[in-house]
Design a protein around this ligand. Sequence first.
Ligand code: GH3
Ligand code: MG
Ligand code: MG
Ligand code: MG
Length: 308
Amino acid sequence: MNHGKRPSGEGERPTIMIVDDEKINIDVLTSLLKADYRIIAAKTGAQAQNRLQKGLLPDLILLDISMPELDGYEVCRQLKEDPRSRDVPVIFITSRHGDDDEVQGFEVGAVDYIRKPFHPLVVRSRIKTHIDLKRHGDMLKQLAIMDGLTGIANRRRFDQFVDYEWSRSLRYQHNFSLIMLDIDYFKRFNDCYGHAQGDQCLKQVAYAISQAMPRPMDLAARYGGEEFACVLPETSREGAVTVANRVLQGVQELRIAHAHSNVANHVTVSVGIASMVPRSEDIPTTLLARADQALYHAKNSGRNQLHY
Ligand code: GH3
Ligand code: MG
Ligand code: MG
Ligand code: MG
């Protein structure tokens, strides 16, 4: 008996959206694919757009070209313009056999073009290939912005995020806060406990930092070596101080033994906070420099504390 649990693997099945104005085509493709994929069907371009705009993003879209009102090319063009749906691979599946039609299909952003009548196994193979490629690409993108040791954002992601949020804060004249953290006496920690323990410590500190930042719009990043950053868009100095205090406390509560620290018998961090409403003459580096300056003060005032 099924007690409300999904069959195993159900949640992992990729989703395919089939867009076709003829029910028979949707039915044929659905019966061909439903064993391996979750199927969403749309009978018009507008219906497809509506679902995509609601954030119901499939892993792949099978798109008819000839449809009344919005044709497939236009649907594809529009969804490639929207950053939210841009990355969803589109395969045209159509009875248009002209080379020009096919070229146009690729020009509007499709990854493949299948002519009807099609061989079912060929369609299945092409779909699988494109879904695998997409997954692979997504994984590489994810790895490119993730710090390999700690799993939080890396410096590249930090830079992108700061630039993006900086322009938003400038445009809307919002507060923008940045917290820089540096582990105290970490060289001694490595010297005393070894590099592997040092790496473990970095992982735990990264975790504690993430835990101290529950808002989804904030970003925790490994800035370099044993330095971390918290990027807090739309956050005042007071808000940033609250987060920084949670981080300081969170790291202390890890109780990672550090016999050679001058400030405690466990690992601590020093924290620098900078907060500003960007002006057009400023650049993000201004904020970073201020946070760095504050961090420098925290270090010089005895470590294991915050400064702003
Ligand atoms: P302070 O309290 O002034 O910050 O002193 P500190 O010893 O923490 O600062 P310093 O910058 O002199 O040393 C940083 C150390 O961080 C040196 C380096 O070996 C270590 N480190 C940087 N990246 C890694 C890493 O990925 N793994 C490990 N285990 N150690 C790292
Ligand atoms: Mg049609
Ligand atoms: Mg350092
Ligand atoms: Mg340090």
